[in-house]
Design a binder for this molecule. Structure first.
Ligand code: SF4
Ligand code: SF4
Length: 390
């Protein structure tokens, strides 16, 4: 994205839904590979799209703890669904990536090859505000330090980000609590708000960068009138009041530090399968491990990087055994890092309130309810302590 001064940002415009095809044309003409939400295998997934027809028109989503179902909507909304199992992490920080390969020649010499450079420039279409925040988190972690991750850097380079503000929060969403949505403030080249009523199916579009403004200038559009601006603002404001979950963020890192020995970890562990689903679907969980493979002759070897999970026993394996051998310790590690020590490490929460870990936990473990339980137990302990002091 190319930053732009406020003076250069063109005024918001309205485009008809049919103009999404022109948006695809404009992005293809610039050489972008377009990635966006589409319905596949019973879920809204993030996939490469050739045309706007592949967007998930008329499909909504019902979520709850441990539950995710597609449903038909009674309109043709293209982005009328909350977060699916994948996030933009699957594009920018892929689940598997080759690191190098090596071949032994007949004369015994070994040639090591690095993977080919990233060929795609991605246009990310339909990024929700919570996921804009998640990309910002990954940016800090993976390219914000002294040793940028080459895979992420290659895939992130030259992105065009088209956000779609959220007017359809799910029952597991809590971005309002985390301050990451449903309005898109920054981090996008274009931001769209989908509007569907008697006036038709259309989008309010704001440009955030010069690159976004250039694309917008190629679309059939009209200046956004006051009524459209007001409608879009109130649709997003209304979404903020319809979040299915909330998270008390005040003092959260301290709560987790104080809860180190809480009896609640046993309770969570009695429900947690340590399957790691929550870390796979989380848009900010970034941990990886490496694995080596060879062919049967032993003449060809490859090293791959793949996602890892702090719920995996091997994740904390040091000489002689795993540091976190129990489910209690592993869940505590995950939630304490995500909501507490992430602040110390990266200056923000590691949670953006997307709700994916709640929907995709097979036993319905709910990060917001676990925090509420820890909070109640600490209150009870403080009140007991107060009695003892009297
Ligand atoms: S909290 Fe749920 S999703 Fe996460 S490891 Fe435990 S059972 Fe799996
Ligand atoms: S911890 Fe859960 S709600 Fe928070 S960002 Fe990760 S998946 Fe989303």
């Amino acid at each position: 994205m190319t930053p732009q001064t406020r003076e250069e940002v063109p005024p918001p415009a309205t485009i008809e839904a049919a103009a999404l095809h022109r948006l695809f044309d404009a992005l293809h003409a610039r050489g972008y590979t377009i990635v966006g939400p589409t319905a596949r295998d019973g879920a809204i997934v993030v996939a490469e799209l050739d045309t706007a027809d592949e967007l998930s028109y008329g499909i909504g989503v019902d979520t709850e703890a441990g539950r995710y179902r597609l449903r038909d909507r009674d309109d043709r909304a293209a982005f009328g669904h909350s977060a699916g199992p994948q996030s933009w992490k699957s594009v920018l920080h892929p689940a598997r990536a080759p690191l190098w390969s090596a071949d032994r020649s007949p004369d015994g010499t070994v040639v090591v090859r690095e993977p080919a450079e990233e060929q795609h420039r991605y246009a990310l279409l339909g990024v929700r505000p919570c996921d804009l925040a998640a990309i910002a988190v990954l940016d800090r972690v993976l390219i914000g330090g002294r040793h940028p991750d080459p895979v992420y850097a290659g895939r992130r380079d030259g992105n065009l980000i088209i956000a779609v503000e959220c007017t359809e929060p799910g029952a597991t969403c809590f971005c309002t609590s985390m301050g990451t949505g449903p309005h898109a403030d920054s981090g996008f080249d274009l931001a769209m708000t989908e509007l569907l009523d008697d006036e038709g199916h259309r989008f309010l579009v704001r440009a955030g960068t010069a690159a976004g403004a250039e694309v917008l200038a190629e679309l059939p559009r009209r200046p956004a009138d006051e009524a459209t601006l007001t409608l879009a603002t109130s649709a997003v404001a209304d979404a903020a009041t319809r979040m299915g979950r909330s998270m008390p963020t005040r003092g959260l890192p301290d709560l987790l530090t104080d809860s180190r020995e809480s009896p609640h970890w046993d309770d969570v562990a009695s429900r947690c399968l340590t399957c790691g689903n929550c870390t796979m679907v989380c848009p900010t969980c970034f941990c990886t491990t490496t694995e080596d493979v060879t062919d049967l002759t032993g003449d060809h070897a490859e090293r791959w990087r793949r996602w890892d999970s702090c719920f995996d026993l091997d994740f904390s394996y040091l000489h002689g055994g795993s540091v976190r051998s129990s489910g209690q310790a592993r869940y505590r590690q995950w939630i304490t890092h995500k909501l507490g020590t992430w602040h110390d490490q990266f200056g923000s929460s590691g949670c953006v309130g997307c709700g994916r870990c709640i929907a995709w936990c097979p036993t319905g473990i709910d990060i917001t309810q676990e925090v509420a339980a820890l909070s109640l137990l600490r209150l009870a302990a403080e009140s007991e302590g107060g009695k003892d002091d009297r």
